[in-house]
Ligand binder design. Sequence first.
Ligand SMILES: [Zn+2]
Length: 124
Amino acid sequence: MTLINRIVWIRLQKKMKRPKFHVKKNDLVMVIAGKEKGKTGKVLTVLTKKNRVIVEKVNFIKRHTRPSAKNRQGGIIVKEGSIHISNVMLLCNKCNKPTRVGKKFLEDGKKVRVCKKCGEIFPN
Ligand SMILES: [Zn+2]
């Protein structure tokens, strides 16, 4: 990479704002695509840089671990693997359906997320 290329690259990186995701930690979501389609769970982690989320009890993966101080035996542990953020939708507890999220400003100027179907406000 030449120096000029690098400068352009850095400028581009600065221009790109951090993407805003429609789901956040502790949201209840439904998986809408992939092999885990139809499952619901709570968002445990949002991996911002990878555009992926880890959803409780969804997409279990097996990991082989080596013995360590914590886990003396090592072996296989089963834990949730990440799924792409576009494969999940926020679950509205009023409609009881996966929904698209809209934005709304409250009277005090606070921005909140709302259910596009019923207008239910999701906590931010
Ligand atoms: Zn709703």
